[in-house]
Ligand binder design. Sequence first.
Ligand code: ZN
Length: 256
Amino acid sequence: MLRRAQEAGVGAVLSIGIGEGPAEMHRARDLCRQYNGKPGMPRLYASAGIYPHSTTEADHAALVNLDQLLSDPDVIACGEIGLDYFHQGAPHDVQRDGLIRQLEVAAARKRPILIHCRPKDGACDAWDDLFAVLEEHWAKTALGGVMHCFGGEWEQARRSLDLGFLISFAGNLTYPKAQPLRDVAARVPLDSVLVETDAPWLAPAANRGKRNEPAMVVETARVLSELLCETEEEIAAATTRNFYRLFPGISPDGGE
Ligand SMILES: [Zn+2]
């Protein structure tokens, strides 16, 4: 899978370390240790974080573990963290408290955050609560982050950009019914976009329903290039530039 990513032109992969709960947050870091340095593969980086519905397990020990993981040079981001009011799970106040605790850990380690935000259908509740938390607890750090698998409206995109966040699009950008999302994407500045998989979910249209993987972001990037009236090469260059601007401690030539 990593070789296919390299052949498709994917130079770096940020692998999400949420596991099935805090006890598995180290797994993306372990993938870095396993594969980095092997030829013919993209550079792997990892995140670590406690997913919204796992925040019932965000106790002191889990936060200490998170802090330790974020001290690893390969673990460059804290996430996916955020608020999910779509699925039944952790109560909203528990999610919010778990998010705030993790923002404190990430800020102390100077790690940007990867935000998962999913409101109830037709509502903005999770977004409104999220922006209130970020404005109070995160904006002052100026560390920024990524709105992962963005699915909001322009209002939420604008507020994210105001906070200095990158907006990351997954394969659902390519789906026939996603015209409202494409209309939002068309307004996002080139210097604020990323593409991602959300693997194993959301394979782009040509492979919809199959297991998603990094090589497939090429299709998402192609759709984004049409929306932004840029060449595919310019989207590739811009997403690379944007990624390394968010993480100033690392560089595309493989340095730390
Ligand atoms: Zn997510």
